[in-house]
Write a protein that binds this ligand. Structure first.
Ligand code: ADP
Ligand code: ADP
Length: 224
């Protein structure tokens, strides 16, 4: 990811908010980066743009060496579905679908044939250790199990990039550590991870911490 001079301005009635103020940063393939900063500094706005959910007002954003800053919604969605897995603080599972069905959904969207779907869903449920829960609904799972299911859904289409927004925000420390361990394993397998977090503890799983203030990068810490 190569981001240069990114700007995002929200206009509401009479107020203009410069959420991203000529922000520049880079994330290399295979890196694990944590983004930190106080509430309102632009973390969610940045993650939405990196995740191709929203577009910037100015600046350049290269994804895999492709300039995507001016992509329309259809082109963004196409790139997003094939390349990016999302993990949210609130899990965002569909309550009416079982664990298995939740994880299968991204593969249905991509039109993957049934036999391959089954094989890939089962492989990833084994990996996050909730195979024994595949026919349960999200509400029947503990928070940690729900987040492991959400991670399974995020990675079932083998994305190059995982975007995690406060992935342990609703978990106790033991379940939180399990989810961080899982993200680390996926990163060890070559997947790039970009995570927004308020937790200095979680940030230490990353290779690098990028700190934002008022829509700009103000500090970077390289970890071991
Ligand atoms: P963070 O995730 O770091 O808390 P955000 O990216 O959510 O920060 O917000 C950055 C700034 O943009 C804040 O001042 C916020 O109030 C403003 N903002 C975010 N989304 C909107 C929106 N949809 N409309 C207006 N202002 C917004
Ligand atoms: P936590 O400590 O994370 O809050 P819970 O007390 O919610 O965990 O759950 C403990 C165990 O009971 C978990 O393995 C969970 O899957 C199981 N469980 C919780 N609620 C239900 C339910 N309604 N049906 C089936 N299993 C459940």
């Amino acid at each position: 990811l190569k981001i240069t001079g990114l700007e995002k301005i929200y206009r509401t009635e009479d107020i203009e908010t410069m959420a991203l103020n000529r922000l520049s940063m880079e994330v290399k393939e295979g890196e694990f980066v944590a983004i930190m900063g106080p509430s309102g500094c632009g973390k969610s706005t940045l993650l939405n743009i990196i995740g191709l959910l929203d577009d910037p007002d100015a600046g350049s954003f290269q994804f895999n060496s492709i300039e995507v800053a001016h992509f329309n919604e259809r082109k963004r969605a196409d790139l997003r579905k094939r390349n990016i897995g999302f993990v949210f603080q609130s899990f965002n599972l569909i309550d009416e679908l079982t664990v298995y069905e939740n994880v299968e959904l991204p593969l249905l969207y991509l039109g993957i044939p049934a036999t391959e779907r089954k094989q890939r869903v089962e492989e990833v449920l084994e990996k996050v250790q909730i195979m024994h829960r595949k026919n349960h609904f999200p509400q029947q799972l503990s928070g940690g199990q729900q987040q492991r299911c959400a991670v399974a859904r995020a990675v079932v289409n083998k994305p190059k990039l995982i975007l995690a927004d406060e992935p342990t925000g609703n978990l106790d420390s033991s379940n939180g550590n399990e989810v961080m361990q899982l993200l680390t394993e996926l990163n060890d397998g070559g997947t790039t991870v970009v995570m927004v977090t308020h937790s200095e503890h979680d940030a230490r799983y990353a290779h690098r911490i990028i700190r934002l203030l008022d829509g700009q990068v103000v500090m970077e810490n390289v970890l071991s």
